[in-house]
Design a protein around this ligand. Structure first.
Ligand code: FE2
Ligand code: FE2
Length: 280
């Protein structure tokens, strides 16, 4: 079944893409003959601007997936629900509504969580279907659910926090999930920020779908915020798993992206606003 994936929101607009806008965030539209899924919604400004200019009608969406609660992935949710104009399932992890913060360079904590109340979103049509489980949400489209942390080197971003009583603790990102799309050749892994770690996520999918190779990875890897050892181990694992296409977006960062492009050559694509691929 042909599946088209199109990046609607990302940090960067390629030079040839007149009239589109970039913002710090991510959103991707999945289209199959009988199914359309909006994966993340960006930060709130770019989604409704870019979607029609890329020929995508959000009204046709059957479901929304939220990769995690960060506002650069959920900030466009109210606008998306308004544009879609009907009740539809919104899939995610039960932890998406947690308060969360990012520490700025000046030491101040800035709110970084989902910027809407659940009740308000439900009033706009969101039928939340929240679960930590690995599950299939449409034929051949699965969510990883909560990703087990199995290695010592994917330590994540040290600037992201959740409140615990009077103090702030490192955000454990239990709500971070990715989407897995199956085609005749194997699997495509679609990431929001991949705060769980790309190796942890690849391992989890391999454990849950043994014998089905991941040939493509698209989305934010968060490697730009990770320690060098994590980047080294990630490169070694991507080589070992023979991932053929690496579509880097969003929080991968320019330096980590350049490093991966140097390692993997033509296998790397920068998936900015308007990037589109069709899988068989
Ligand atoms: Fe992000
Ligand atoms: Fe994030």
């Amino acid at each position: 079944m042909p599946t088209t994936l199109t990046v609607l929101v990302e940090n960067t607009v390629p030079g040839k893409a007149d009239g589109l806008i970039g913002e710090h965030g991510f959103s991707l539209f999945l289209e199959r003959p009988n199914r359309r899924i909006l994966f993340d919604t960006g930060a709130g400004t770019a989604l409704l601007h870019n979607a029609p200019r890329l020929g995508k009608d959000l009204k046709t969406a059957d479901a929304i997936v939220l990769s995690h609660g960060h506002k650069d992935h959920t900030g466009g949710l109210a606008a998306a629900l308004g544009a879609i104009g009907k009740r539809l399932p919104v899939y995610g992890h039960p932890g998406i509504f947690a308060d969360r913060f990012g520490k700025r360079a000046n030491g101040q904590m800035q709110y970084a969580g989902l910027p809407f109340k659940r009740e308000a979103l439900e009033g706009m049509g969101a039928a939340f279907d929240l679960s930590p489980a690995f599950r299939e949400i449409a034929p051949g489209v699965r969510l990883t659910g909560e990703v087990p942390r199995k290695n010592a080197y994917e330590t994540g971003d040290s600037h992201l926090f959740v409140p615990r009583g009077d103090t702030m603790e490192r955000d454990p990102f239990q709500d971070d999930l990715s989407m897995v799309v199956e085609d005749t050749e194997g699997l495509t892994l679609i990431l929001g920020c991949c705060h769980s770690g790309l190796v942890n996520t690849l391992d989890h999918v391999r454990d849950r779908l043994p014998g089905k190779p991941i040939h493509t990875v698209i989305g934010g890897t968060h490697l730009g915020f990770a320690p060098p050892e994590q980047l080294r181990q990630t490169i070694a694992t991507l080589r070992d798993r023979q991932v053929r296409h690496l579509g880097l977006s969003h929080c991968t960062g320019l330096q980590a992206g350049a490093h991966l492009a140097a390692e993997f050559g033509d296998a790397v694509t920068f998936c900015n606003v308007g990037y589109s691929v069709t899988l068989d």
